[in-house]
Design a protein. Structure first.
Length: 277
């Protein structure tokens, strides 16, 4: 399993890194369209769609993303879009998690399908817009999510006592959440130094938060995003448990599916742009 995970990770980096660092945005946008289409297919399968119906959902999402990019919609989304995404994730996420695993299948299947595809499209649009802003900005956003996850894992293993959501994700603890927040605060300090020390193509997320509202804005902003990364993770775990699935698919051998890799990004990316709008 470990060998398989390493091979898949190396293959992904071999494709992702050149697309990310090339001086034009379209290779990364094209790759992101393929990935979000795959995530749409996985979401449809987890919510009662099978065979061609699930495939059609993924294709439709990919086409919608591609059409948005070709129409010049990337980089020009109004603040209203990100503010609406923030309300949807904060209020809707709390409502879904409060209902728990048993309540999710009671929602209309079409509603669940359209909700998920809409959230995936919003996340794709935010990631695409972040790439247009600049590679440094996008990396600072992605690394926030990865740091929150890594720091939460180690803090949870070392100090975890109080379970966060045992019916959804038994391994998560409140101590892990706090550890994730501490991790992203440390990351923000490093990245503010990096912004000044390196010839970056854009200001990082942390630099923009600092510019917009000072130190308090930075601290509250990154802690909020770290918390919402946990909401994204729990949301996908809830949906998988309701579907009786361990992974969203087996598209990425050793890693599960695309949704398993991007679940925490789904709320964080649009909400980060909401904080800056």
């Amino acid at each position: 399993m470990l060998k398989q995970r390493i091979i898949t990770a190396l293959a992904l980096m071999a494709v992702l890194l050149p697309a990310l660092f090339v001086h034009v945005a379209w290779p990364f946008l094209a790759l992101s369209v393929l990935m979000i289409g795959a995530a749409g297919w996985e979401w449809a399968r987890l919510n009662g769609q099978v065979g061609n119906a699930a495939l059609a959902a993924g294709v439709a999402l990919g086409v919608a993303a591609a059409a948005t990019a070709l129409a010049g919609g990337v980089g020009h989304a109004p603040a209203l879009v990100w503010n609406a995404a923030t309300l949807l994730w904060v209020l809707g996420g709390a409502w879904v998690l409060r209902g728990g695993v048993a309540a999710w299948p009671r929602l209309d299947r079409t509603l669940r399908l359209m909700l998920g595809l809409s959230l995936l499209w919003l996340a794709w649009l935010a990631i695409a817009q972040a790439r247009v802003i600049g590679v440094n900005f996008l990396l600072s956003l992605l690394c926030l999510v990865w740091m929150a996850d890594i720091a939460a894992y180690f803090a949870g293993r070392a100090f975890g006592r109080r379970k966060l959501a045992p019916a959804i994700s038994p391994g998560k603890s409140w101590e892990g959440v706090v550890g994730g927040m501490v991790g992203v605060l440390a990351l923000s300090v490093f990245w503010l130094w990096f912004d000044r020390a390196a010839p970056v193509d854009s200001v990082s997320l942390y630099g923009l938060l600092l510019q917009r509202g000072g130190v308090l804005s930075l601290v509250l902003g990154v802690m909020f995003l770290a918390a919402m990364s946990v909401v994204g993770d729990l949301f996908e775990s809830l949906v998988k448990r309701a579907a009786g699935a361990k992974d969203s698919s087996q598209l990425l051998p050793g890693h599960g599916g695309v949704l398993d890799r991007i679940d925490a990004l789904l709320p964080v990316c649009p909400l980060a742009l909401g904080l800056l709008s």
